[in-house]
Design a protein around this ligand. Structure first.
Ligand SMILES: Cc1cc2nc3c(=O)[nH]c(=O)nc-3n(C[C@H](O)[C@H](O)[C@H](O)COP(=O)(O)OP(=O)(O)OC[C@H]3O[C@@H](n4cnc5c(N)ncnc54)[C@H](O)[C@@H]3O)c2cc1C
Length: 371
């Protein structure tokens, strides 16, 4: 985005990339659902970032709507899905989006040097008045974002926060008899809560633990507990549409139904929800309808760890935000800027990560075009 927005009459732009082609992680991101951004209104959108204060003016300067408009101008039409996430319209593949951006580079005479690994500040091959680093975080190393750059910045006295996984699966020590029958099954339309933050969505039960949008979005809170206490507790609401009292009402006039039959008949529960309650609750809790109603609304699950960094969708850590000024310039290295996931920030998956990176690139280009 930076290269596409820089004034070509003012700058000769060269992109150096260690891979043989640009945008490998962009293409990986496109492999599942390709969320280019999210359609949420601005204030809520900005609140998704940690720290949101840092992103306030960045996202306001180049918003989700601005990104969609820019994509439209370069030939990429988007649509808002039922999840409010923004995708390219049917028929447009991730490679088409990448190629449309690369076409902008051609139009602007941007030079691309691939198979070029930057090896540190002593690298004499690159001669530039202004250097912008956008070397990425540290997950999915196969895409080139290997985080190996941190040592070069540390040597310059720049504060580097160790990388940690974000938007990742979390470990649950499931009982063997539970996971052998539920592995791969999903829990739909539930809420997951950690501390005061609650997110609606879907969770998938895996051998490792739990994954899915609802839990990814709680990564900052979960990580805080894992770092401090060595474990984190989240609470599931398996029936968001009803209160505890309404569930208790549904349990009245039980007749000779078993608890399982009661959950199926009155709450429309499926086997996965019932098996989950059974594995997480004691026999006393499962058979006491008052207690069961409460637990359906607030089912505690203990998370033991985060997935390995390389399997995470994104990482936090990297260059401390205190090291850059409001234009992403390193305070200790004038004319040197850092943008994207290599800075220490966090956002949920679902379009916020790419939007954060695009907006930073846009804002920096506006600033450089003006100086
Ligand atoms: C599986 C997966 C799915 C995702 N899905 C989404 C999604 O749907 N929506 C969303 O918003 N985000 C998604 N993301 C996150 C998003 O892709 C990243 O946040 C974003 O690509 C980060 O952009 P970046 O430019 O900061 O870094 P990157 O895209 O990681 O690019 C950094 C580049 O720097 C190069 N590089 C690194 N070191 C050197 C060096 N020393 N010399 C030269 N080049 C170097 C790398 O090869 C790489 O090409 C997903 C990520 C993953 C892994």
């Amino acid at each position: 985005m930076l290269a596409a927005q820089l004034d070509e009459t003012k700058f000769d732009v060269t992109i150096y990339e260690s891979n043989s082609a640009l945008g490998r992680k962009f293409l990986v991101a496109g492999d599942g659902g390709f969320n280019l951004t999210h359609s949420e209104e601005l204030e809520k959108f900005i609140s998704r970032y940690t720290p949101s204060e840092f992103f306030k003016s960045i996202i306001a300067s180049f918003s989700n709507n601005d990104l969609r408009e820019w994509l439209r101008k370069i030939g990429i039409e988007t649509f808002v899905g039922s999840s409010k996430r923004v995708f390219p319209v049917e028929g447009i593949k991730p490679i088409d989006v990448l190629n449309a951006i690369l076409d902008e580079f051609k139009r602007k005479n941007v030079v691309i040097k691939t198979n070029f690994k930057w090896k540190g500040f002593d690298d004499t091959e690159i001669k530039a008045n202004i250097t912008v680093f956008a070397l990425g975080g540290s997950s999915w190393k196969v895409t080139g974002s290997d985080g190996a750059w941190t040592k070069h910045f540390s040597e310059k006295g720049i504060d580097i926060i160790p990388f940690q996984a974000s938007n990742c699966a979390y470990e649950v020590k499931w009982k063997d008899e539970f996971i052998s029958i539920t592995e791969g099954r999903s829990l739909k339309n539930i809420y997951v809560k950690c501390d005061a933050k609650e997110r609606k969505g879907e969770l998938v039960i895996t051998k490792f633990g739990l994954e899915g949008g609802a839990i990814y979005a709680l990564s900052p809170e979960i990580r805080k507990h894992l770092n401090k206490e060595g474990f984190a507790k989240v609470y599931l609401d398996l029936k968001p549409s009803l209160t505890v009292e309404q569930i208790k009402d549904k349990f009245r006039a039980r007749g000779n139904r078993t608890i399982k039959k009661l959950l199926i008949d009155r709450l429309n529960f499926d086997d996965t929800q019932i098996d989950l309650l059974k594995t997480l609750l004691s026999k006393e809790e499962f058979t006491n309808l008052e207690e069961l109603a409460k637990k359906i609304k607030q089912l505690p699950i203990t998370l033991a760890s985060a997935a390995p960094i390389d399997e995470a969708i994104s990482t936090v850590g990297g260059i401390a935000l205190s090291e850059v000024d409001e234009h992403f310039q390193l305070k200790k290295l004038p004319n040197t800027y850092c943008i994207g996931e290599m800075l220490d920030w966090d956002a949920p998956t679902g379009g916020y990560l790419l939007q954060g990176c695009f907006s930073m690139g846009y804002c920096l280009a506006q600033h450089l075009n003006e100086i």
